[in-house]
Ligand binder design. Structure first.
Ligand SMILES: *Cc1c(COP(=O)(O)O)cnc(C)c1O
Length: 385
């Protein structure tokens, strides 16, 4: 017997009621019923994004929202400041390259947070920056970046602030309107508890002014077309409306729990997981951990593949390793979306058993106990109605 436990930082596990929506007969995407679903999810997305801005729905993986942000608002030949601190931040640079945008890289060591003072300095050096491109939760390193502080700096300049919140939105506190985020990207398969296939992007009035002034050649990812259709609670072309129907259910779940309680739950899972990992003598990879996943260094003498194979073969716990230049060096445990503290405790228990079997010295129960102590030290989140 093996029970699947998808503990990856995307895709993440999907609740049963959301899955059941996907088993319903496909309706027509221009029907009144389909429109009504968009009416409800448009409001729900604003709540999860904590914004008054438009949140547009794209049929794409999360990267589609990143491409849309860049190609609609940053003209070719203009300058973007890329807060380059991991594999996904580097994707911003790749997108810039594809569209002839001049990417200026502000490099930060992987696992460290971007320093807002350096962003301020770089913007002084490059006053013609059209867009600053950053990451809320850098999934490749398990780092949460200080987006609030950076956003407040960017807001004082003419530059837009585009944020990849693909693994952050719905897992970590994020307030685009108060923090000065102009374009916030998210994807369905991370903390929003859906399968992959939808991307979301919120657009501020400052961003719309630039988008409207720029005759972007984008076609499928044209945000002006998406805005026009969204006014009628519709989308250009045929959306993945079966996923939008399922989104309604996942957003209802988030609304019922309350977004602040959702963030609190993620913080608690994150702190519990960090405490557990540390109690085993393992080292966290990030100095400022994100809240939807935990990344730790593979202990000396062991191979990441052996640990992850042990976890999945014996306990059905799927995790991921490192990407790019840190391949083989870290293991990442996802705890975002449809997960709770006990999932984290179970994952840690499995990790202890697997490490023990691989010859790593540990006291069984150490990680579990440390995680439980974190959980006991927190007041349960207030139930919001
Ligand atoms: C998952 C992820 C992406 C990529 O999203 P896709 O849905 O695979 O296109 C980009 N950025 C971050 C931070 C992510 O976690």
């Amino acid at each position: 017997m093996q029970k699947p436990r998808l503990m990856t930082p995307g895709p993440s596990s999907v609740p049963e009621d959301v899955l059941l929506e996907l088993a319903r007969p496909v309706i027509h995407h221009r029907s009144a019923e389909a429109k009504q679903v968009i009416v409800e999810v448009a409001a729900g997305l604003k709540e999860v994004f904590q914004t008054q801005n438009d949140v547009l729905i794209l049929t794409a993986s999360g990267t589609g929202a990143m491409e849309a942000a860049a190609v609609n608002s940053v003209p070719p030949g203009s300058k973007a400041l890329v807060l380059n601190a991991g594999h996904f931040a580097a994707r911003w640079a790749d997108i810039c390259k594809a569209f002839g945008i001049n990417a200026v890289m502000l490099d930060t060591e992987w696992g460290q947070p971007v320093d807002p003072a350096q962003v301020a300095e770089a913007l002084k050096q490059h006053p013609d920056t059209a867009c600053v491109m950053g990451t809320l939760s850098e999934t490749s390193t398990g780092t949460g970046h200080p987006i609030e502080a950076i956003g407040k700096i960017v807001a004082q300049t003419p530059a837009l602030f585009a944020v990849d919140g693909i693994s952050g939105v719905g897992a970590m506190e994020c307030r685009p309107d108060a923090w000065g985020i102009d374009l916030l990207c998210a994807g369905s398969q991370k903390a929003l508890m859906l399968p992959p296939g939808l991307a979301f992007i919120s657009v501020s009035p400052k961003a719309w002014a630039k988008i409207d002034a720029f005759d972007s050649k984008s076609f499928y990812f044209n945000l002006k077309s998406a805005r026009k259709k969204m006014k009628e609670f519709d989308t250009p072309y045929t959306p993945a409306h079966t996923l939008i129907l399922a989104l309604r259910t996942s957003l209802r779940r988030i609304k019922e729990e309350g977004i602040e309680n959702v963030w609190t739950r993620h913080r608690l899972m994150s702190e519990a997981c960090q405490a557990g990992v540390r109690a085993l003598g393992l080292e966290l990879f990030s100095s400022r951990p994100a809240e939807g996943l935990t990344a730790f260094r593979v202990p000396e003498g062991l191979k990441d593949g052996d640990i992850r194979k042990g976890l999945v073969d014996r306990f059905g716990v799927t995790t991921v390793g490192g990407q790019g230049k840190i391949k083989g060096q870290i293991i990442r445990i996802g705890h975002m979306g449809y997960t709770d503290e006990i999932d984290v405790v179970a994952g840690l228990a499995a990790l202890e058993l697997v490490l023990h079997n691989l010859g790593y010295k540990l006291t069984p129960g150490a990680a579990v106990t440390a995680a439980q102590q974190v959980i006991l030290g927190h007041k349960p989140a207030a139930v919001s109605k």
